[in-house]
Design a protein around this ligand. Sequence first.
Ligand SMILES: Nc1ncnc2c1ncn2[C@@H]1O[C@H](COP(=O)(O)OP(=O)(O)OP(=O)(O)O)[C@@H](O)[C@H]1O
Ligand SMILES: [Mg+2]
Length: 259
Amino acid sequence: MSKRIEVNDLNVYYSDFLAVEGVSITIEPRTVTAFIGPSGCGKSTFLRTLNRMHEVIPGAHVKGEVLIDGNNLYDPGVDPVLVRRQVGMVFQRANPFPTMSIRDNVLAGLKLNNRRLSKADGDDLVEKGLRGANLWNEVKDRLSLPGGGLSGGQQQRLCIARAITVSPDVLLMDEPCSALDPISTLAIEDLITELKEDYTIVIVTHNMQQASRVSDRTAFFNIAGTGKPGKLIEYNDTTSIFGSPTMKETEDYVSGRFG
Ligand SMILES: Nc1ncnc2c1ncn2[C@@H]1O[C@H](COP(=O)(O)OP(=O)(O)OP(=O)(O)O)[C@@H](O)[C@H]1O
Ligand SMILES: [Mg+2]
């Protein structure tokens, strides 16, 4: 479980457009890393390169390396489906299958991965996933009802349950709390703190307090102007990024003097 991510000089393209340039970063296991920076600087784009979700967009490609425990995800012959099982993703907008039952939503990632499951094994996995996502008590009596019938915060946790049920090593989360109220947000943050015992976690957030609360390390990305590539400006312990950043750009951003 929980693996080390090492990115070496990664350039990320949409066809000819260089969206993110020259990122090198090492992310240690059992840590939470926050990606922050202004809209359009490439946080989501870069995040999606860490599990090869970027290339599902026609023309999208990368140059450089992403190593997970030393193995380059982009080596020829690496199966992107296996990569995505190892590196799970939770999106900004909770995206359960709305008409599918809560139970089947939890198992959906496994079924897509073509695993045959007995009813008893399925039941165990559903309970484990929902407990892991801190949702079990709220839904255990309505597992056969549609996932779309849950609240936004519950749907987000259902997606987390779905992501962890395939037993990934790394969990990527793109603004998982942006559509949630403060109580659901705190519930997800508590969950992230629990999950880091087992996973390497990367979270994109626009919420500085959230980055301070949940992350060990913070990466600040910025963009010089429209049409220019986003770049990693500074990467350090979260307390340093918010307390004593090295770069003026970082300081301006975290202190709200941006733009
Ligand atoms: N599917 C796409 N095709 C072409 N360009 C894209 C695509 N998705 C994003 N981009 C461009 O890549 C750049 C980075 O976008 P990205 O969504 O990664 O930014 P972000 O930092 O996540 O912003 P936000 O904080 O608003 O979510 C932007 O210039 C954006 O327009
Ligand atoms: Mg984004």
